[in-house]
Design a protein. Sequence first.
Length: 450
Amino acid sequence: MKTVVVGAGPTGLLLAGDLAAAGVEVTVLERRSTDSNLTRAFGVHARTMEHLDARGLADELVATGQPVSKLRLFNSLKVDLGTLPSRFPYLLITPQYNVEKLLEQRALDLGARIVRGVTVTGLEPGAVLADGDTYEADTVVGADGVHSAVREAIGMPFPGKAVLRSIMLADVRLTDAPSDVLAVNSVGDAFAFVAPFGDGWFRVFAWDQRSQQPDSAPLDLDEVRDVTRRALGTDFGMKEARWLSRFHSDERQVPHYRQGDVFLAGDAAHVHSPAGGQGMNTGLQDAANLSWKLAAVAQGWAPEGLLDTYQSERHPVGELVLRSSGGLIRLAMLHSRAARAGRDLLGGALLHVPTIMRKAAGTVSGIGIDYPHAPRQPDLTLRGGARLYELLRAGRHVLLAPSAPAGYDDRLVHALNDRFVLVRPDGHTAWAGTERDLPVALRRHLGPPR
């Protein structure tokens, strides 16, 4: 089986690495000829960190960034991530290119082929066409962003609308860095967000309702300074911009993540406002859900209908992210002072209710997101000291049970445990039950034994 992944962003690279690890021949096609550090994503949430932990990458990524255990919204609302039931009870602030660097090296080490500087021009049965060349493909995954060539090639609609226009981006140096790792606030007609690269440069997102310009309009540092001062009360001595640009934010989602042997993931399948830092995280979680299912098909043991569960499990998550990020951005853009005061008063009261705080933290971090009949499985320390997520690095199911069943050693890892639990490669529970039901469960989830 040959797979072509279009797009060498985080989503495509994680997927390619997983497929290569499973013995699948995979080629990644990327339009950019060189890497770029001009990225929009800056936060890696707890559930994404768990997926990276299951690939042996989390600890190395942690060393590149700064953890934030409390998110402050609108100056007064705080979401506490410190109590998350995870090894990573925080948001890791690190630029997207650090994530890409780790995932790319892993994919290359495992045998994936990455071809840069090529533009996909179409699909035909069993192949991807790019710049006059033909790449054989039994399966194609479009992870090529909001302007996806794969999505266009299959004629998949991308309904939705623009929610914010003329968002300003700037990479700057600051004379006085924010006291918190993140600085974010809105005052109705202005919004600003400041985050560190970790190398002395800071990324600024700013939005000004008073000045709605097209994406192509020139941008100067004085405009960014002005909006930042209005939203945050200071511009932190902003100086020396190395990059300035504008973009607009849409809310869109395809109706189907799969069409035959073509799949869409990440921004090719869904885009939304930057509020909550969900974009890169949702794409990486798409990839973690899809990769092991494609590998199971390639290896010949996939149960019937397994690939269809990518749509049934991930499409509702995309809908949830659109709702939650859209709700946050609309709360941030409340115009009247009275409405903002009511938002802060009511929101502050609700976030003091433990169950609501846990729900909010679980949603934004991804820790609270389960699939139907497949809840997230938290990490466990097992007999002998190994952790469950370390065992998941084999890319196979993990069976927690008193003894190992015969005939499945090519599809699962066994770990001693008093209970019977089957954990999927993406860290979700496939089944939990009794020894009597184990043979039926294994056949249902892993096919017949050898």
